[in-house]
Design a binder for this molecule. Structure first.
Ligand code: AMP
Length: 362
């Protein structure tokens, strides 16, 4: 069965596991060979994705591939794949000889009262889905492999070394999730050190995360190119998210107001509005019409520095966060404003007959 049937990609829907002891639940208990590097260079032809749980195993595979001049493209994820994740895998597959996807729900980026325990998990389905997209290696480390000697319990021993990107992380989602972006920056820096990719792919859905990762790479002089990929939406406009699985049908229906708020904001920008405060209020007012949705913030900021704006100018991020039941959702659009006009980017809509999310006017 090819899970990605709507798309015309090579369906390589089996996987191999190459690892040390005790595979976790959901993983096939089968230990098989490494990547086939017998061809001297170029893309590796694999029948099945290799699943690795150990840093040493992954390094050995990738060192061998790099020694042959192969490039490594990397997609970090927390799993429970949807088309947003798959779009990143396709972007990497199109450009690299070896594609690595990491699958790790990072405890360091969850606060004590957050949904770490409820975060959706589907290890076997994700591995099959990654293989169907032509991913060569799924890196799915257990927590102790990523954070040896660390105890994440409330009175435990946190990691001694963390990475913090000041300035970009206090506002937007950072206000409600203190420490979240330190957790993100730390795990991304560790994963870059483990994988050593030439390029890493991130979704624009998590716009603040993308800005933080770009800054992290620039400030630490990390030799990795960061590619931001379009935000992918459901047919009804809802931004795809693993957390959407935790919404009840009524909440899922109510949550479409988030996209409608942004769409209304896009309409007023296209009609000529350049006052950031007015744009912010227009978006917020739509979201507050839905009783099941509690707006956390609607902000209009510069896309790179995330500083609040008074007037729309240059690359602008319009970002929202809202709680629907117990589920926290985020969404955004970007607006490029110059003397000639505005271009609004709401992302892409996967519905075959739906409207595209990109609108432009000069
Ligand atoms: P996550 O598994 O939620 O940590 O996301 C892994 C990667 O997928 C991140 O770079 C996200 O920005 C990206 N991603 C998640 N949802 C979407 C989406 N709807 N569209 C595009 N990229 C996404």
């Amino acid at each position: 069965m090819c899970a990605a049937a709507p798309y015309n990609y090579n369906c390589r829907n089996h996987y191999r596991r190459l690892s040390s002891p005790a595979p976790r639940e959901g993983l096939e208990r089968k230990v098989v060979a490494a990547l086939d590097l017998s061809a001297s260079k170029g893309p590796i032809v694999v029948e099945r994705a290799v699943v690795l749980e150990r840093v040493g195993d992954l390094r050995a595979q990738l060192d061998a591939a790099r020694a042959q001049g192969r490039t490594v493209g990397f997609v970090p994820t927390m799993g429970a794949f949807h088309d947003g994740h798959r779009s990143l895998m396709r972007a990497a597959r199109a450009r690299h000889d070896v594609v690595v996807v990491s699958l790790f729900v990072n405890p360091l980026q969850f606060g004590p009262a957050e949904d770490l325990d409820r975060y959706p998990k589907d290890l076997a389905g994700d591995v099959a889905g990654a293989a169907a997209e032509g991913v060569d290696i799924v890196f799915a480390p257990p927590v102790e492999e990523m954070y040896p000697g660390t105890d994440f319990s409330p009175d435990g021993a946190p990691p001694l070394t963390t990475v913090s990107v000041a300035g970009l992380t206090g506002g937007l989602c950072g206000s409600a999730r203190p420490g979240h972006f330190d957790g993100v920056a730390t795990v991304v820096a560790k994963l870059f050190g483990i994988v050593g990719p030439s390029t890493a792919y991130f979704g624009k859905k998590d716009a603040q995360q993308l800005a933080v990762v770009r800054r992290l790479v620039a400030d630490l002089c990390l030799p990795v190119e960061i590619v931001g990929c379009p935000l992918v939406r459901e047919a009804d406009g809802m931004a795809m998210s693993s957390r959407n699985r935790n919404l009840s049908p009524a909440e899922r229906e109510a949550a479409t107001v988030i996209h409608r708020g942004l769409q209304t904001g896009a309409d007023v920008v296209m009609a000529g509005e350049r006052d950031a405060g007015k744009l912010r209020r227009v978006v917020a007012n739509v979201l507050t019409t839905e009783p099941l949705v509690r707006l956390e913030y609607a902000e209009v900021v510069a896309a790179d520095t995330l500083s609040p704006l008074e007037v729309l100018d240059g690359e602008v991020l319009v970002a929202v966060a809202a709680r629907v039941g117990d589920v926290r959702l985020i969404d955004n659009m970007t607006v490029r404003v110059d003397g000639r006009g505005a271009v609004v980017d709401l992302g892409v809509n996967v519905a075959p007959t739906g409207e595209g999310g990109l609108c432009a006017a000069r």
